[in-house]
Design a protein around this ligand. Structure first.
Ligand code: DGY
Length: 321
């Protein structure tokens, strides 16, 4: 009997796919940073028993309708808003993601972005490299303190809890808003549950880590930013579409908030002329939340194990429920 066929939508290191290759014939899109074109993805999905996808691949009804052999999709991300999970379930296709292995790495980045935004790290690093440093100045590159401030977390799942833990190391008071109470975070990190408005009004840093859903889409509007402290910083390490980007730009220009640290954007990759990049108060990163070498390799291995398990008729480790 011939082996099942698995298509991987980016070029990944061979080693991370070695186990999967024992179970399946694996083919990969040839580029690491350039997404697999839609036409190719549709073509491959028509034949594939398994797909290893990236968060930039749209796995929608059109694709799933044609993917007659498809049994499993493993998304190289914890978020899976790029996949029509409901429709996949109706076709008995298992969808898997990569939770847990990326929790601390993503929390590290979210906190680093908070710190970089508060202490103007990127700006200060450019300043010295551009030869602008002519001497020490009393208020040169003066940023904002982090320790002792109030950290407001919107989306208190595993990554949110890990960010809260980092905040306690800086003697921060932790507020959070989440659909349901997170008692473990309350007990372990003294986090206090609050309404969305309370988090906006009382926090010095508002960090968004909520998944993108119909409910959270564009939840950060001009009106929301208006409720924040004038000196507050907004950090987004979840999905760009939770923010109305035009509103964020206006909010910064109008001085409603002091700045933003953004790892994610409504449409990625953004171009250098993106309106938010023109603002000196914005620190922007190219969606690298989970991007440490160790973690990305673990995510690839987890995807490979999940696909192999489903193709062997076994339960995958991390199906999306
Ligand atoms: C995820 O896994 O959803 C992250 O956004 C990747 O960095």
């Amino acid at each position: 009997m011939s082996k099942p066929f698995v298509y991987v939508t980016r070029l990944l290191p061979e080693d991370q796919l070695a186990k999967l290759k024992e179970t399946a014939n694996v083919e990969m899109w040839e580029k690491e940073e350039e997404p697999c074109p839609r036409k190719v993805l549709l073509e491959k999905a028509r034949e594939a028993d398994g797909l290893l996808t990236m968060l930039s691949d749209k796995i929608d009804q059109e694709l799933l309708e044609q993917a007659e052999n498809l049994k499993v999709i493993a998304n190289l991300a914890v978020g899976y808003d790029n996949i029509d999970v409901k429709y996949a379930a109706s076709k008995k296709i298992t969808v898997c993601n990569t939770p847990d292995v990326l929790t601390d790495t993503t929390a590290d980045l979210a906190f680093a972005l908070l710190m970089a935004s508060a202490r103007r790290i990127a700006k200060a690093a450019d300043y010295i490299k551009e030869g602008k440093w002519k001497g020490w100045g009393p208020l040169q590159m003066a940023g904002m303190d982090i320790h002792g401030k109030t950290l407001g977390i919107v989306g208190m799942g595993k990554i949110g809890t890990a960010v809260a833990k980092r905040g306690t190391g800086f003697d921060m008071k932790i507020l959070y808003h989440n659909r349901s109470r997170n008692k473990a975070a309350e007990e372990a990190h003294g986090a206090k549950h609050a309404s969305f408005d309370e988090v906006l009004e009382q926090s010095d840093f508002v960090v968004c880590l909520t998944p993108l859903t119909e409910e959270t889409k564009e939840m950060f509007t001009y009106e929301a930013f208006k409720k924040m402290k004038r000196k507050a910083i907004f950090v987004n390490a979840s999905r760009g579409a939770v923010v109305k980007e035009d509103d964020l730009k206006r909010a910064i220009e109008d001085g409603l908030i002091a700045g933003a640290g953004l790892d994610v954007f409504a449409s990625e990759p953004i171009q250098p002329d993106h309106p938010l990049l023109g603002l000196r108060q914005v620190t922007a990163l190219p969606h690298i939340g989970s991007s440490s070498e160790e973690t990305r390799l673990k995510m690839m291995e987890l995807c490979s194990r999940n696909i192999a398990a489903v193709l062997k008729g076994k339960q995958p480790e991390t199906p999306v429920t």
